[in-house]
Design a protein. Structure first.
Length: 383
């Protein structure tokens, strides 16, 4: 069950992933043919392995990438062949279906199969037996089939590139695997896992992620999903100094900020005058914020409350071009309380700023409450 434990450690920290795990573990003990749908690099094979491990099948798990073989070769690879079946076939050979007998066969990139092979695959699924190329005697099978695709099979069926009867046969149970940016609670646990793996491989002490690096990982769009995260962490371990990964060590080459694709995907950095989709108290925004904080909790972020406070203040202060009055207005706090936070986080300029002359809502010379004095921990409770 090592792979099953690994799958739980890597994939199922985010609330969306927890729901996925529950669905997968309901499907796994059945014999239902399963179709996993997800972008490249999201971990479809890992989910397939988890299904196999939970299923109780004693046979092997065999993974085949349908896009890795030519059309003529994959026929023989999947179904096997007899000696003399084609040029170069000097001896009989069993195919991947026979190799997976008693276990699970995982067919990745199922949408790349030709129409002719789709007909053969459909027959195998219906008859539960396979006929090798050049043979007439069928071989009975006891194989659980799990297929995966990163293409929209509905569109492929409409375009006559995929058989509708095969699609319905494959999708008895369907698992939709979200892209990594939609399950941010998995990002930091995955990063920590890859830090452990590659620290051992390169014979280096295990590094840690700085708070700023964690935030950069959580903000990034991850177009390459888990595979890209793995490569980013591998590179960061090579170039980081003093055992701490900083944002500059992360080679984030894709889209730098997450874009609001749906209500649950509100970007963390929002321009001051750009309204959020819905009010700040909307369920979608709270879910997004909760997922980000959950990721920090899973990463054992030290002094979590202070870190979140500092991120909020720094982000708002930068977005307002370091204007204190506007920053206080955006955050919904008084300017005196904002200045207390700016001092705590080393953001208050001692050279004087023009915005000091801006009018504020507070009467001039009004003293700060005792618990809002510089360094006081009660300032955040006043609003």
């Amino acid at each position: 069950m090592a792979l099953s434990i690994r799958a739980k450690a890597l994939m199922f920290h985010d609330p969306r992933s927890a729901e996925l795990l529950e669905q997968v573990e309901r499907i796994a003990p059945t014999e239902a043919t399963t179709l996993i749908i997800g972008e490249t690099g999201t971990g479809k094979e890992l989910i397939a392995r988890h299904i196999h491990n939970v299923s109780g099948r004693r046979g092997p798990f065999v993974a085949v990438n349908c896009g890795a073989f030519s059309e003529t070769l994959i026929d023989a690879e999947l179904f096997g062949h007899e000696a003399g079946a084609f040029t170069g076939a000097t001896q009989a050979r069993s195919g991947w279906f026979e190799a997976a007998n008693g276990g699970t066969l995982f067919l990745d990139e199922i949408g790349d199969l030709s129409m002719a092979l789709q007909v053969k695959l459909l027959r195998v699924l219906q008859e539960r037996q396979v006929v090798r190329l050049g043979a007439r005697t069928p071989v009975p099978l006891n194989v659980r089939l799990v297929a995966a695709t990163n293409v929209d099979l509905h569109k492929a069926v409409a375009a006559d590139r995929f058989r509708s009867d095969l699609y319905y046969r494959l999708s008895v149970a369907t698992v939709h695997l979200d892209p990594l940016h939609q399950r941010p609670g998995d990002i930091i646990p995955l990063a920590r896992h890859f830090i452990g793996v590659y620290s051992e491989k390169i014979k280096a002490p295990e590094a840690t992620l700085s708070p700023a690096a964690r935030l950069a990982l959580l903000e990034y769009d991850w177009p390459g999903n888990i595979r890209e995260l793995e490569n980013v962490i591998h590179f960061a371990l090579i170039v980081c100094r003093d055992g701490v990964i900083q944002p500059d060590d992360l080679k984030l080459s894709g889209i730098s900020r997450r874009r609001p694709r749906d209500e649950a995907a509100v970007p963390l950095h929002v321009p001051v005058h750009t309204p959020l989709p819905g009010s700040a108290s909307s369920a979608g925004f709270r879910q997004r914020l909760s997922a980000l904080i959950n990721g920090m909790i899973e990463a054992d972020q030290p002094e979590l409350f202070d870190s979140v406070e500092e991120i909020v203040v720094r982000t708002a202060f930068d977005a307002c071009h370091r204007n204190q009055v506007q920053t206080a207005r955006v955050l919904g706090i008084s300017r005196n309380i904002l200045r207390t936070h700016l001092k705590r986080f080393g953001l208050l300029s001692h050279s004087g700023r023009s915005d000091d002359a801006y009018p504020d809502n507070e009467p001039a010379g009004q003293p700060l409450p005792v618990d809002a004095q510089p360094g006081g921990r009660g300032a955040e409770l006043l609003q």
